[in-house]
Design a protein around this ligand. Structure first.
Ligand code: GLV
Ligand code: MG
Length: 336
């Protein structure tokens, strides 16, 4: 390990992040009773301009009146370049901050964006005399945000999550797609000609670079990397494949923009029992090896060593967090 320790953000179960438009208060109770690990009430892109005030009031009422149980509850405020953002932040935190776990910031471009929100939230918390610390989750969804991702990720001790917002990112990059996540028929690789002259077309993942970049920046700063929306909620297989890719790369979870996607996210981001069993076998084998003074041994014909312990511990820890049912105060890197 480096001599530089990476303090970890507060530990929370974050397999599914359910988006609920703030203007649709009739959906809130259902969201609270859903099996989503995290729910965010959206004041931004799913809310029309003339409904912004109503959505903000709905969010405050929902924070105060709905029983969210042990769920993590967040509110997505409007962007820092809009006339809605300051009131979103002040009203939601001042009036609903008692139950608010995290503020989701869209279209973060620079570390200064995060600094500004941190400063305002800090002032409100101090004025209220609160000792608990509201977290920040940042959506990386612009060329600027992706280019500055390292400094953005390190900008505030409140930050817990980096999300990849594929829809806005595609728009910002001028990528040729109108879909929200998923594959793109224009992004393929053509194999060389075979003997019979035929060639195969392989679809590639257009989001791979951005997601891998985000996972690295998040983990280097002790944050949770979360994959964003998959727009075609009629394509369950496509959603599962995208979630599985994200989990394989290291993400903790994915958005659900429709209730039908919640359970798929929970399943894809729960380590399979076979993996957890295998991780426990690796830990047992390495414990035995260490007693015998060995640094590396073979298990089922494969070499394992101290790095295998760390991999196995990550799998077991994740599974234990899921069994424990979610949020925990441990791993907090900021005091209240
Ligand atoms: C999410 O906000 C996105 O733009 O994908
Ligand atoms: Mg967006």
């Amino acid at each position: 390990m480096s001599f530089t320790a990476v303090p970890q953000a507060r530990l929370r179960l974050n397999r599914s992040t359910l988006a609920v438009p703030g203007s649709r208060a009739e959906f809130f109770e259902k969201a609270a009773r859903s099996v989503a690990d995290v729910v965010f009430i959206d004041l931004e892109d799913s809310v029309a301009p003339d409904e912004k005030d109503k959505a903000r009031k709905n969010a405050v009422a929902a924070l105060n009146e709905i029983d969210w149980g042990r769920k993590t509850v967040a509110v997505r405020i409007n962007g820092l370049d809009t006339p809605y953002m300051y009131r979103d932040l002040v009203d939601v935190v001042e009036q609903g901050g008692g139950r608010l776990d995290m503020i989701m910031m869209p279209k973060v471009g620079t570390a200064a964006d995060v600094y500004a929100v941190d400063m305002l939230v800090t002032q409100i918390e101090q004025a209220k005399g609160w000792t608990r610390c509201i977290g920040l989750e940042l959506i990386i969804e612009s060329a600027l945000g992706l280019a500055n991702i390292e400094s953005v990720a390190a900008a505030s001790k409140r930050t817990e999550v980096l999300h990849l917002g594929v829809a806005d990112l595609a728009a910002s990059l001028r990528a040729r797609t109108t879909g929200m996540g998923g594959a793109n028929p224009g992004y393929t690789v053509l194999t060389d000609k075979r003997a019979d002259g035929r060639r195969d077309t392989h679809w590639a993942d257009p989001w791979h670079y951005a997601l891998a970049r985000l996972v690295v920046a998040a983990r280097a700063n002790g944050l949770r990397p979360i994959d964003g929306p998959f727009g075609d909620f009629t394509d369950a297989d496509g959603y599962r494949a995208a979630a599985s890719r994200a989990a394989a790369l290291g993400c903790d979870g994915k958005w659900a923009i429709h209730p039908s996607q919640i359970e798929m996210a929970n399943a894809e981001f729960t380590p399979p029992k076979a993996d957890v069993d295998q991780a426990r076998r690796i830990l047992d084998a390495m414990a035995k090896a260490q007693k015998e003074g060995k640094g590396a041994v073979s298990l089922d014909g494969k070499m394992i060593d101290a790095a295998s312990i760390r991999q196995a511990e990550a799998v077991v820890k994740k599974s234990e967090l899921i069994e424990a049912g979610g949020a925990s105060a441990s791993g907090m890197r900021h005091a209240g």
